[in-house]
Design a protein around this ligand. Structure first.
Ligand SMILES: [Zn+2]
Length: 429
């Protein structure tokens, strides 16, 4: 409201010496030459012109002016109400528009993400130097799984040539022990062996392993188990709960799990649980959400989740990972990171407690970590995107039921329609 309008409300209008007009929208202005006077006197000194302006006629007796002032005040009140209604409508409209814009932005980013993945694809086979460390040879097989996994989850399964991919995976078999290396002529490792089988599984190509190759992979995986039930990553002996998960998923995909392998592995995993409910890399080492995922995944594949004590404490520890920004961290006091959207969320999903965190806030956090120019997702807002965080960001969004992403299996980290064909342990035959 202008000060002139207030002066009317406060009854100081006499001092101005000429009629005032109230505009339809609630504004008011003085009218020096006053055409108003020549307009229709609608009621007791209240003037209204053809444009709907209303004012007070000061040529009439003071008593009449006072009456018309009351009327003007009522009209001002009505205008006030109308103004508020209009403002609420405008706000609502702005809100709707903002919602529409953000929906549009999300769609656009997803499209860009696909483009990003396509760039990855181009470079994956032809220019491995492009993504310096992710495309480095020792991570090539993992990167292939992350890239393809993303494309499968966003329903772009035909971006790669299936034959080309399968041929590449087969070229990474380490003839000396039967496992898969990260690239051709690399030593076999549990991490690359699992990625290789996951890629073959996505393309329904596991059956293309010859009997001998299949035996070789099974032999390699089994040979990595140590007497205490743990698994090492390769012949050099590093032990980590991750490798138990790798081993059990490999054997699950190949439907080669046996009680002698599974029981010892489960016993060892249970030893890695800490007092806070989560798991470390080995017995007694610090809890970490990624280790929580691998241990819960291994127990789920072994159909042994019911053997886990302190489940409630673990569920609380996992739900505590959500920070104010909506993102999830891997340990207390650490910064949030998009990849934990997967490690933490899938763990909660396996425990049937996905609702323990605020999914809407997490979704917003993941989407805020996109590069809206290039596509792709980084670990945190405004950082460099990479194929690893893009995959786990998309997988997290899939678990949250975002948009029309393909559903992901929280245990295997593969599309559910891919894992639905895996025979579940214990086998009935
Ligand atoms: Zn990360």
């Amino acid at each position: 409201m202008s000060s002139i309008l207030n002066s009317i409300v406060n009854g100081k209008v006499h001092n101005l010496g000429y009629p005032l007009e109230i505009e339809e929208v609630g504004g008011i202005h003085g009218s020096g030459n006053s055409n108003l006077r020549q307009e229709i006197n609608i009621n007791d000194g209240t003037l209204q012109d053809m444009g709907g302006h209303i004012g007070v006629d000061f040529s009439v007796p003071v008593e009449t002016q006072r009456m018309s002032m009351t009327k003007v005040r009522t009209l001002i009140g009505e205008l006030e109400i109308n103004k508020n209604v209009t403002k609420a409508l405008v706000d609502e409209n702005v809100n709707l528009r903002e919602q529409m814009n953000s929906q549009r932005a999300m769609l656009l980013s997803l499209q860009q993400q696909m483009q990003f993945m396509m760039i990855e694809r181009r470079h994956l086979f032809r220019h491995p130097a492009y993504l310096v460390h992710f495309m480095a040879d020792h991570l090539k097989m993992n990167a292939l799984y992350w890239g393809l996994g993303t494309l499968f989850l966003v329903n772009h399964t035909d971006e790669f040539s299936r034959d080309e991919v399968v041929r590449f995976v087969f070229s990474c078999i380490d003839e000396s022990n039967g496992g898969f290396g990260a690239a051709p002529n690399h030593d076999a490792h549990m991490l690359s062996t699992l990625s290789a089988l996951q890629v073959l599984k996505m393309y329904d190509a596991v059956g293309e392993l010859s009997l001998e190759q299949r035996k070789g992979v099974v032999q390699f995986v089994k040979s990595m188990q140590l007497p205490d039930g743990s698994f090492q990553g390769d012949q050099f002996g590093e032990v980590d709960t991750r490798f138990v998960y790798n081993a059990l998923q490999c054997l699950s995909i190949l439907e080669e799990l046996t009680p002698s392998i599974v029981d010892a592995a489960v016993d060892w995993i249970l030893q890695c649980q800490n007092f806070d409910g989560c798991f470390g890399m080995v017995p007694g080492s610090e809890s970490h959400a990624a280790q929580g995922f691998t241990c819960l995944g291994a127990l789920s594949i072994a159909n042994a989740l019911d053997k886990l004590p302190n489940k409630e404490i673990l569920e609380w520890w996992l739900s505590d990972r959500q920070v104010d920004s909506g993102g999830l961290n891997g340990r207390p006091e650490k910064l949030p990171d998009v990849c934990y959207s997967w490690w933490v969320l899938s763990s909660l999903a396996m425990l049937g407690k996905l609702h323990y965190i605020d999914g809407k806030k997490l979704q917003k956090f993941i989407l805020s970590c996109q590069d809206t120019d290039k596509g792709g997702i980084s670990d945190r807002k405004d950082k460099e995107v990479d194929v690893y965080h893009t995959f786990f960001g998309i997988a997290g969004l899939s678990l949250l039921g975002y948009d029309d992403l393909r559903k992901v299996d929280p245990i295997y980290c593969l599309p559910v329609d891919v894992t639905s064909t895996i025979k579940k342990y214990p086998y009935s035959h």
